[in-house]
Design a protein around this ligand. Structure first.
Ligand code: FES
Length: 154
């Protein structure tokens, strides 16, 4: 069930669009911000609230790779897995993160601190390799920069 706060935020956003369906991605982001991820029940509740089918909402949720359909850790490390980063030592970045966090893509550390996911080009190819942690971009990565970046996220 959507909370009153979530409904209020969704309705505020809905006021910016001519059709209720158009606020779907905002609704998903709002629910994710409150709950950390978007469960099947949340998909259903959003669909019901917007007068859409569960399938339509789920197809939007799964299209956008920043909507998490499974539980994630307190922080999500998204590693750029595209061509400029491949050229600029992506393999070393991925290996270092794997060794440092002890997880593969799609997994969460046992203390639920980090989830690691691949993501397409982060738009800073001239500063590859790059990753995002939550909403923060980290570029020109090397193992030392990765370690120092991760320290900020508790
Ligand atoms: S390919 Fe990694 S930032 Fe563009």
């Amino acid at each position: 069930m959507l909370t009153a706060e979530e409904i209020q935020e969704i309705e505020t956003e809905a006021g910016h669009y001519p059709k209720r369906e158009a606020v779907c991605i905002d609704a998903l982001r709002i629910v994710q911000r409150h709950r950390g991820w978007v469960s099947d029940d949340s998909v259903h509740d959003i669909a019901e609230h917007l007068g859409m089918s569960d399938t339509d909402v789920d197809s939007i949720a799964t299209f956008y790779n920043l909507i998490f359909r499974k539980p994630v850790g307190r922080h999500v490390v998204m590693v750029c897995d595209s061509v400029s980063c491949w050229i600029m030592d992506y393999d070393r970045v991925k290996k270092h993160l794997h060794e440092r966090l002890g997880i593969e893509y799609g997994q969460t550390t046992s203390d639920e601190r980090f989830t690691m996911l691949p993501i397409v080009c982060l738009g800073c190819c001239d500063h590859a390799p790059a990753m995002m942690v939550d909403r923060d971009l980290h570029s020109d990565l090397d193992p030392q920069k990765i370690d120092s970046a991760l320290e900020k996220y508790k």
